[in-house]
Design a binder for this molecule. Structure first.
Ligand SMILES: Nc1ncnc2c1ncn2[C@@H]1O[C@H](COP(=O)(O)OP(=O)(O)OP(=O)(O)O)[C@@H](O)[C@H]1O
Ligand SMILES: [Mg+2]
Length: 272
């Protein structure tokens, strides 16, 4: 359904172009829930923004159901208007003066249709907030706001749902709640879900696939296939250990002369 073909992305900097993604390719099928993992600055948000049509790739193509999702309208917001791609931003972007239900209905205001309100209520039920529909965002916890943003992104029935760090700033039980809601929604709605995250541990048991980004390259597969020392060492271009301890996975790279755990915490951002 989603095909990412040899996407590269460079940003201009005073010291010359900075290449963050180099010939990245992968695909997702309807019902797939996949996580983009990787160290800070590896290009997770850049990849999501390219897929969402919010940032152009330097080269390469994205197709959704066989065609360029943005070709009908060169305007980057076309993706939202043609309702094929949903995007959940890290800071939720809820309208503070509107109720929860009104926030979920916002995307449908572009082209309102009969049944929008019923669907909005059904989505709030699905994310466990049906009893909060008349509340305002200020009355909700961070995790609850995240779930409103999730319901809102689904209101236009997207084919592909992109979420940038939906687990940031959530406690473990809210993390698990969001992750399981997402995996269930992907299957129930037949959409592909792709989210970025720093910590792979809450995601590994639930995600169908991991898209691991490092040093401009990606490795794609199940968690068991990708989170392996040989695969990640190849990606990073240096020796990487995968340590399984107390039911958690730690990815540890040790540049020469630096304590391994310290390096992992600083460079990889996967240890908390
Ligand atoms: N508009 C831009 N102009 C120049 N450089 C940029 C721009 N956007 C991102 N970058 C750089 O590209 C690299 C990748 O950034 P990106 O935000 O995609 O990483 P990330 O994996 O999402 O990081 P994090 O885990 O911290 O969110 C970083 O070095 C960043 O500074
Ligand atoms: Mg990011």
């Amino acid at each position: 359904m989603l095909a990412v073909n040899r996407i590269s992305k460079s940003y201009p900097t005073p010291r010359g172009p900075l290449t963050v993604l180099s010939e990245v390719s992968f695909s997702l099928a309807p019902g797939d829930a996949a996580a983009i993992m990787g160290p800070s600055g590896s290009g997770k948000s850049s990849l999501l923004y390219i897929l969402g049509g919010l940032e152009p790739p330097s080269s390469g193509t994205v197709t959704l159901d066989g065609r360029n999702p943005f070709e009908l309208d060169p305007d980057a917001l076309a993706a939202f208007r043609n309702r094929s791609i949903g995007f959940v931003f890290q800071d939720h972007c809820l309208l503070p003066q509107c109720t929860v239900l009104e926030n979920v209905l916002v995307p449908t205001l572009v082209a309102p249709a009969r049944g929008d309100a019923d669907r909005a209520r059904a989505l709030l039920d699905r994310v466990g907030l049906s009893d909060r529909s008349d509340h305002r965002p200020a009355e909700l916890s961070g995790g609850e706001r995240q779930r409103v943003a999730l319901a809102r992104s689904l209101a236009p029935r997207p084919r592909l749902l992109l979420l940038d760090e939906p687990l940031a700033n959530l406690d473990i039980s809210s993390e698990q709640g969001i992750v399981s809601v997402l995996a269930r929604l992907a299957r129930a709605e037949g959409i592909a879900v792709l989210l970025s995250a720093h910590d792979m541990n809450p995601l590994m048991p639930v995600m169908d696939r991991i898209v691991y980004v490092a040093a401009g390259r990606v490795a794609v597969g199940t968690a068991d296939e990708v989170v392996q020392p040989e695969v990640l060492s190849g990606l990073y271009g240096q020796h990487v250990d995968v340590i399984r301890v107390h039911g958690r996975v730690l990815v540890v790279a040790a540049p020469e002369g630096i304590d391994a755990a310290e390096a992992a915490a600083e460079d990889l951002g996967v240890i908390r």
